[in-house]
Write a protein that binds this ligand. Structure first.
Ligand SMILES: [Zn+2]
Length: 216
């Protein structure tokens, strides 16, 4: 039950922060060899815990009252190919989608982005929504990172939990806005691959609250 309450909380944050509009976008969470996903076409304000749909990652069998989000294949592919992935969020936020429409990658120019995503955000080749090709193209462009843009569509953010996946979507949207503003001021200065690697490793291994040595 707890993971479904977290899903409701995440949906609320996504709506409040304008990361999605209407019924577009979707979220999911891994649980053992299954994942829970938002139902298809239901307004976010109407969704309750009993409306989430459970899908088995091996058999792709579905349990629940409603049809799963039409992008369930995309979510399944993330869990099947990325053992570290425990939550997936798909948004249509405005600036990230602008980059997706221009087929322009979001460059690695700010530290929070490279820490949480692992570098810049690439664009997956276009495929129709809900198609197996979209899942295939997305995973190819995603690689080992935690975010990818879907051409002419939106953004996928992954995380070790829902909080992290939501932060990925927030930081990618913020960076897309920063890049547009920075381009008006001059040339972008990208972070070096060595610095990106170092910040990503620090984030994965040491980031977060920690007790001082003296009080351990
Ligand atoms: Zn979408």
């Amino acid at each position: 039950m707890e993971c479904k309450l977290q899903m409701l909380q995440t949906i609320k944050s996504m709506c409040q922060e304008n990361l999605v509009l209407g019924t577009w976008g979707n979220i999911s969470v891994r649980e053992d060899n299954c994942f829970w996903i938002t139902p298809s076409g239901m307004p976010y304000t109407a969704i309750q815990t009993q409306d989430f749909v459970k899908i088995n990652l091996q058999t792709e069998e579905t349990e629940g009252l409603w049809k799963p989000s039409s992008e369930w294949r995309l979510h399944a592919a993330c869990y099947q190919q990325r053992e570290d992935c425990k939550a997936v969020i798909h948004t249509h936020s405005i600036y990230a989608t602008a980059f997706a429409v221009a087929h322009a990658p979001i460059p690695p120019v700010v530290e929070d982005l490279v820490q949480i995503v692992g570098g810049g955000v690439d664009v997956a080749d276009y495929a129709l929504p809900g198609s197996p090709e979209l899942a295939e193209n997305t995973l190819k462009a995603l690689g080992a990172k935690n975010a990818v843009l879907l051409a002419n569509h939106g953004l996928i953010g992954l995380g070790r939990d829902l909080t992290e996946a939501l932060n990925v979507c927030r930081i990618v949207e913020k960076t897309a806005q920063v890049v547009v503003a920075a381009k008006m001021l001059g040339q972008l200065q990208e972070l070096s691959p060595a610095d990106i690697h170092s910040m990503r490793q620090f984030y994965l291994t040491s980031y977060g609250p920690g007790l001082r040595e003296e009080v351990k």
